[in-house]
Design a protein around this ligand. Sequence first.
Ligand code: DQA
Length: 145
Amino acid sequence: MKLLVLNGPNLNMLGIREPAHYGKQTYGQVVEMIEAHAAARGVEVHCLQSNHEGDLVDWIQDAYFKEYDGIVINPGAYTHTSIALLDAVKSVGIPTVEIHISKVQEREDFRQISYIRAACVAAIIGHGTQGYLEAMDLLIDGGKA
Ligand code: DQA
């Protein structure tokens, strides 16, 4: 099984960025944690981060051609603005889990909209960076069912 973990804008700033919302782990540490979890679960994982919407669209499309079995995505602020990401996930038909580190439901009104959610099999919100691992487990265990 091959999983793609995508992170959107400003998630490269984890560890520096608003620790009260996002914790103290750096992006590099989160990637290490994801890779260790993938190894423990016996799956292949590839992690990518970009501050640019088009890169995320390209990588979702590539996931189809490279035959990924599942996508975990934290679209960052593009969650609340991007119909292009919604369309990309719909285009590829790959099981996709949306994840947010912070408790978005307790934050500003503009964070209450998620365009991508309509195309996702699940959303994991507010479980900190552990949410990435939960999203992976959901795809791995769902894939086996
Ligand atoms: C986020 C929540 C978004 O509202 C925000 O724009 C982010 C991170 C999260 O992981 O909690 O960049 O997706």
